[in-house]
Every structure is written in structure tokens, then in C-alpha cells.
Ligand binder design. Structure first.
Ligand SMILES: *[C@@H]1O[C@H](CO)[C@@H](O)[C@H](O)[C@H]1NC(C)=O
Ligand SMILES: *[C@@H]1O[C@H](CO)[C@@H](O)[C@H](O)[C@H]1NC(C)=O
Length: 426
């Protein structure tokens, strides 16, 4: 009975933890700790690792896959992890992969890459142009995957020095599908204490990073509204109830569908758009106002309106808020690696990121990695069919991921030694 009480308890506990609980905190002396490398930029710039990352990025670029369909990308990631001897779990959220490097014990710190492409035809003429009609990696997620895999190579090489476990998060469907939310629902971040993510940036120079503490990217949502009236011949508008007139009173929408003929007033009009805010409160207020303005403006023109926020297909993204302590950590790591002059403070952007879902649950940190290099021409912004990635940034991203995680584990206050050690007997 006494035996079972403890043994069973351990096994019950074990059943709830995803990884072994028996391997203890590595016992390393302060002198040994001081020897652990934490700046991996030179390592990441080595030709062999650089070429390998470029190869992966190009392979993914040639075969872009849309959200929750990243089957081949996921397969490629798993094959590379297998090759490195990195253990992982799959699938999370259909195609997601989560890898583990280090002790297999807490603390757990995550680095994240998104895998999906956009429904866009590539207009850049180059050797590794998208081979899939109507699909393109026009937001750099191919480079994001390659950089986290690059970090995995670096970390695996240094796995015996890691003071905990680095969790590699490869998630689907960042572009509107809310893949991060599904990863969380599937338990991808259970026991993880902090997470880092990055995005390539054509607005900042190569070798520089930009971010801020607090709100960085907006909360976003989408709406569609159908405004209905009574159609008729445009020559006798007095017998109609004109929905186009009602819809025109709603300013700055980006989708407007109504009417197909020169002489017919249609029965209804469909409008739609996106709305964004930097706080939860403003976001909710905005949503209520959209509904109010549309329905009331419609009634002014004797029309009816229904407003739909299709959260199932297009989930609302929360505000991406950077944790204050992780910001300090980032400033140290990036400053030491790139020089303090290349560590830029930025204003919040109206763009949205589903990385924000992670930040709602655990401390998260998101930053932009510069790729501008004037001698290589203009780099277009994301979602352009002319978008290009400056592949010279791959070592920077890989090294930052690896260093942010390694130093996080190294500098985290160690837990107290277990009670009942021999010191207690003295
Ligand atoms: C608006 O809805 C009301 C109530 O359902 C209906 O009686 C009316 O005909 C509708 N008006 C238009 C223009 O569709
Ligand atoms: C910018 O591009 C040029 C031409 O490819 C290259 O020689 C140079 O090293 C690049 N600068 C950086 C900082 O990568």
C-alpha cells in the first residue's frame, strides 16, 4: 500500500507530463556555465550551414502550401529533424510540428516559425519561382521555417550545454487561419514558459532588428454586411429602395459588391472589410460601432442590413503584446550580437499576427528582422507578388533564435535544490 501510494503517484504525475521528469537539472559549475557559448552569429554564417538554410528556404518557396495544407512543408521539416536526431511530436493543428532539444526537462522555452503561403501568383522571375499556380510565399514564412531549422542545427550541436529544453514550434495557417490558436488547443505549448517569434522586414536594414515593449501589432477582425433594399429600373429610382446609397454611407470599406448592370438598381449590396485596434477594449468598441453604423445607416435609407463577423473562418486575432521582461532579454541578446546601434525601437504597426494567441497564454516576444540592402535593389513589402527575401538574413534569424533561447535558459533563476538533500542533515 505504502509502495503503491508513491509509485502510483509518480506514474500518475508522469502521465500528465509530456516529457521525462526523472532527468534532473544539469549540474554545471559557474565556471562551466561561463564557458557556454551564447552568441551564435559566426556559427550561423558558416558556409555549410548558410547554404543548407538557403536550400531549405528555396525548396519550400518552390512548393508553397496554404493554411492547414502544409503537408509537404511539414514532411520536409520532420525529415530534417530526423536527420539531425531531434525528437518531435506531430501533428498539432493538422500539419504542425513541435521539436525538443536539450535536457527534456523544464524550463521549456519556445521559438516559433509559421509555415503557410498566400493565395497569390508570384511575379518575381528567378530560378526558384513558385511552381504552384496561384500560390506564393509572399510573406517570408519559407525563410522563417528555414531560420528555426537553422537554430535547431545550432542548438542540437550545443544540446549538452542547454540548461533546459528548447521547443521548436512549426505552426500552420498564420495568414488568417489562426493556426497558433489551434496549436495551443492541441497542447503544443504545455509547460512552455516563454516564446519568441520573428518576421522578416523590408523596412529595416540587414543586421538590424526592431521591436518594442508592450503592444506591437494590432488586434484584427473581418466583417461582411449584406444591405438589402428593393431593386428596380434605374430610370424609375423612386420605386426602389436603393441599397447602394445606404452602403455608400459606410466609409472606407475594402470590399463592395453590388449591381451588375448600368440601368438596374440591385436588391442588395455586400460590403466587407477588416478592423484593427491596439487594445481589447477598443477592438470590442470598434466591432460594436461597425454593426451600429451599418444597420443604422441602412435604416436611414429604408434598407435592412445584417452584419456577419465570421469568426470560424476568419478568427479575430488578439493584440500582439511584447512582455516587458522578455524585451529586456531581447535588448541584451540582440545588443551583444548586432551592436546596440542595430537594435531599433519601433512604433506599433496596424498589421496583425496570430503569434498574439501565444502571448495571451504565456509571455511572448515578437520582433522584426531587417533585410534591406540597397545594393540588392528594392525589397517589396509582404503580400506583394514581387516580394523577395534577402537570403543573407538567414544566419541572423537562426542565430537570434538560438541565442535568445539558450540565454533564456542559462539566465533564468534556478529552482531551489530538492528538499532532503544531504545539506539538510548537517
Ligand atoms: C426589412 O425587414 C422587414 C422586417 O423583416 C421587412 O418587413 C422589410 O420588407 C424589409 N425591407 C427591405 C427593404 O428589405
Ligand atoms: C549587401 O549586398 C552586397 C551585394 O550582394 C553584399 O556584398 C553585402 O555584403 C551585403 N551587406 C550585408 C550587410 O549583408
Amino acid at each position: 500500500m505504502g509502495f503503491c501510494k508513491w509509485v502510483c503517484l509518480i506514474f500518475i504525475l508522469h502521465a500528465f507530463l509530456p516529457l521525462p521528469i526523472f532527468s534532473s537539472w544539469p549540474s554545471v559549475s559557474p565556471e562551466e556555465l561561463a564557458q557556454i557559448p551564447v552568441n551564435f552569429l559566426d556559427f550561423a554564417k558558416k558556409t555549410e550551414l548558410f547554404d543548407w538554410m538557403v536550400g531549405i528556404r528555396r525548396k519550400i518557396h518552390e512548393y508553397p502550401e496554404l493554411g492547414f495544407e502544409e503537408f509537404e512543408t511539414s514532411k520536409l521539416i520532420r525529415a530534417e529533424l530526423d536527420q539531425m536526431g531531434v525528437s518531435y511530436k506531430h501533428p498539432f493543428a493538422e500539419t504542425g510540428v513541435v521539436g525538443y532539444i536539450g535536457t527534456g526537462s523544464p524550463p521549456f522555452v519556445a521559438i516559433r516559425a509559421d509555415m503557410d503561403a498566400l493565395a497569390l501568383e508570384e511575379s518575381v522571375e528567378w530560378e526558384h519561382k513558385s511552381k504552384v499556380p496561384g500560390k506564393m510565399h509572399a510573406c517570408g514564412h519559407d525563410a522563417h521555417v528555414s531560420m528555426v531549422l537553422g537554430a535547431a542545427k545550432i542548438l542540437q550541436e550545443h544540446r549538452h550545454e542547454l540548461q533546459g529544453t528548447v521547443v521548436l514550434v512549426f505552426q500552420p495557417a498564420e495568414e488568417g487561419g489562426g493556426g497558433a490558436k489551434k496549436m495551443l488547443d492541441d497542447g503544443a505549448l504545455d509547460n512552455v514558459e516563454a516564446i519568441f517569434g520573428l518576421h522578416v522586414s523590408p523596412a529595416h536594414s540587414i543586421g538590424a532588428v526592431a521591436s518594442r515593449s508592450g503592444p506591437l501589432l494590432a488586434a484584427s477582425g473581418f466583417f461582411e454586411a449584406v444591405i438589402s433594399g428593393k431593386g428596380g429600373h434605374a430610370a424609375i429610382p423612386q420605386h426602389t429602395i436603393d441599397p447602394i446609397l445606404a452602403a455608400s454611407n459606410v466609409v472606407t470599406v475594402s470590399k463592395f459588391q453590388g449591381g451588375g448592370a448600368f440601368n438596374v438598381i440591385p436588391d442588395s449590396v455586400t460590403i466587407g472589410g477588416t478592423f484593427r485596434a491596439f487594445s481589447k477594449e477598443s477592438f470590442i468598441q470598434l466591432k460594436e460601432r461597425i454593426e451600429e453604423v451599418i444597420t443604422k445607416q441602412a435604416s436611414v435609407q429604408r434598407c435592412n442590413a445584417t452584419v456577419i463577423f465570421n469568426e470560424v473562418e476568419k478568427p479575430f486575432y488578439p493584440v500582439t503584446v511584447n512582455d516587458k521582461d522578455l524585451h529586456e532579454h531581447f535588448l541584451k541578446v540582440a545588443g551583444d550580437m548586432l551592436g546596440t546601434q542595430n537594435r531599433l525601437e519601433m512604433q506599433p504597426l496596424m498589421g496583425a499576427e496570430d503569434f498574439s494567441f501565444y502571448g495571451e497564454v504565456i509571455p511572448g516576444y515578437f520582433f522584426f528582422l531587417g533585410m534591406k540592402n540597397e545594393t540588392q535593389g528594392q525589397f517589396e513589402s509582404g503580400h506583394s507578388p514581387y516580394f523577395r527575401v534577402n537570403e543573407d538574413i538567414l544566419p541572423y534569424g537562426a542565430a537570434l533564435h538560438a541565442s535568445l533561447a539558450t540565454r533564456y535558459l542559462l539566465e533564468k533563476p534556478k529552482p531551489n535544490p530538492p528538499k532532503g538533500s544531504f545539506h539538510d542533515e548537517l
